[in-house]
Design a protein around this ligand. Structure first.
Ligand code: UTP
Length: 460
């Protein structure tokens, strides 16, 4: 191919994007063909349209029809517990973690899941989640299937991490990695497509909402169906406190016949940066904190509680057939995010690493499927028990705050089991216990802390 195809060149010219042909004459035949393929497959004109229209589209909600979402209580009943345990024993549920994000705010060059978060153990997020999967598999007498969504940014390093750690003792066929899709990245200033290198568009993962299309593309929904799996427990890799497949939550979801069930943490400050669940025309909607009008965000009930307080910790259970139905409705919308993106600059011929947001990335959000659910439920959970996301290198939601939350939770579990904790830091491996109740069952009588303590599988 000596020249770029004329029709493609014209389209690029029309959109002011001829710079993507930078260095064409020096590209090999394979590289040229690769670029043409990218420009044919990737929806670059669509994202340019979104970027040109500027800021993100306002959610199409009639605000006067917004109501607080009804919440169900945090404590599960004995029937719910029993139904959840039965579902786990019958093998009708799989766990799914999304681990394709680039973790730009945390700023490590490894996948976020490899971050050594254990306050005493230095266990990685992946290890902590893997130990939960292993503990549940042991308790319920069958391997709990675990799907791990990666992206081109995290896939190779994630697989290698699992290999290096022998899959943390899990059976290999219990763990299934699958790759999410990508989207082109656009310069926020010039509205030009960014490049990874000469002859290559810069692509970034298409958001956690990419889970849906990735599951379908890899044939995983059909495969889960043929294996008798009816529910998918969804969580994010950056929250070490998540109660994976919490039996009370699973049971409530199953008994209520919800298509989707979500955990909720209560917001107590209007400006907290967490999306909120609400009800809109009978459906469940999730509104990003930046989209909720300030007067609604500040509204309070007579008892002083925020009216729109149902914060989203990104813990859901989806019925598999619900996901199949949503897929048949078409693609999820794309949201525009203003983020940092390192890239190759054709004007200078240099690789540049900006320190402040310079680019528009295009992402689908998993919670955009919620309004499609006819039956849905929200279950409150105490934030300190279940939500401490690792987002930033420092400040809120950073390694020290996440570790403090882990230690505080595990100290509370020990206190509930009657162990005086004094001031010692503690950490409990999921292989020792997954909850306060399990600590009570396992802790040896008269157990005392004499220093910083990591309770592991073999702790006697
Ligand atoms: P965030 O939206 O917090 O993004 O992802 P992030 O990649 O972790 O961090 P920043 O924004 O670049 O700093 C929440 C969860 O969704 C996953 C992440 O891995 C994390 O578990 N995610 C996000 C994906 O799996 N794919 C994506 O494209 C985006």
């Amino acid at each position: 191919m000596r020249e770029a195809p004329a029709e493609l060149r014209e389209r690029l010219e029309r959109q002011n994007q001829l710079h993507v042909l930078y260095g064409w004459e020096k590209l090999s035949g394979v590289q040229r063909a690769g670029l043409v393929r990218q420009l044919t497959e990737v929806p670059w004109e669509k994202v340019l349209g979104l970027a040109v229209s500027g800021a993100k589209p306002a959610p199409s909600l009639a605000w006067q029809e917004l109501e607080p979402a009804p919440l169900t209580p945090a404590a599960a009943t004995a029937d719910e517990q029993a139904a959840g345990k039965a579902a786990l024993r019958q093998g009708v549920i799989a766990a799914l973690v999304v681990a394709g994000g680039q973790g730009t705010r945390l700023g490590t060059d490894q996948p976020k899941g490899a971050f050594p978060i254990g306050p005493l153990s230095r266990a990685s997020l992946f290890q902590i989640h893997a130990e939960k999967i292993a503990a549940l598999s042991r308790q319920y007498g069958r391997p709990l299937p675990w799907l791990i969504m990666t992206s081109p940014a995290t896939d190779a390093a994630t697989r290698e991490f699992f290999e290096r750690h022998s899959y943390f003792g899990l059976a290999r066929d219990q763990v299934r990695f699958f790759l999410q899709g990508t989207m082109p990245v656009v310069c926020a200033r010039t509205r030009r497509l960014l490049l990874e290198a000469p002859g290559q568009l810069l692509l970034s993962p298409n958001g956690h909402g990419g889970t849906l299309s990735a599951l379908a593309e890899h044939g995983l929904l059909d495969e889960l169906e043929s294996r008798g799996i009816e529910h998918i427990f969804y969580f994010q890799v950056d929250n070490p406190l998540v109660r994976v497949c919490d039996p009370g939550f699973v049971g409530r979801h199953v008994l209520s016949r919800a298509e989707v069930s979500s955990k909720v943490v209560l917001k107590d400050q209007p400006q907290e940066k967490v999306g909120i669940f609400a009800r809109h025309q009978g459906r469940c909607v999730l509104i990003e904190y930046s989209d909720l009008p300030a007067e609604l965000a500040q509204e309070r009930e007579a008892n002083g509680r925020l009216r729109y307080a149902a914060g989203n910790p990104a813990i859901h259970i989806f019925r598999r057939d619900f996901l199949q139905r949503v897929l048949s409705l078409g693609e999820l919308p794309l949201h525009v995010a203003h983020k940092v993106a390192a890239h190759f600059d054709p004007d200078t011929g240099q690789w540049v690493t900006p320190q402040t947001p310079n680019a528009f990335k295009f992402e689908q959000f998993i919670f955009d499927i919620l309004p499609h659910a006819r039956q849905w439920l929200l279950m409150e959970t105490p934030r300190a028990d279940e939500f401490a996301p690792l987002k930033n290198a420092e400040g809120p939601d950073s390694p020290p705050t996440v570790q403090q939350a882990m230690v505080a939770l595990h100290r509370r579990w020990l206190l509930q089991a009657g162990v005086p904790v004094q001031d010692w830091p503690v950490e409990i491996s999921p292989l020792f216990a997954l909850s306060a109740e399990e600590v009570m069952q396992r802790i040896p009588p008269g157990f005392r802390l004499t220093g910083p303590t990591y309770l592991r599988e073999d702790t006697k």
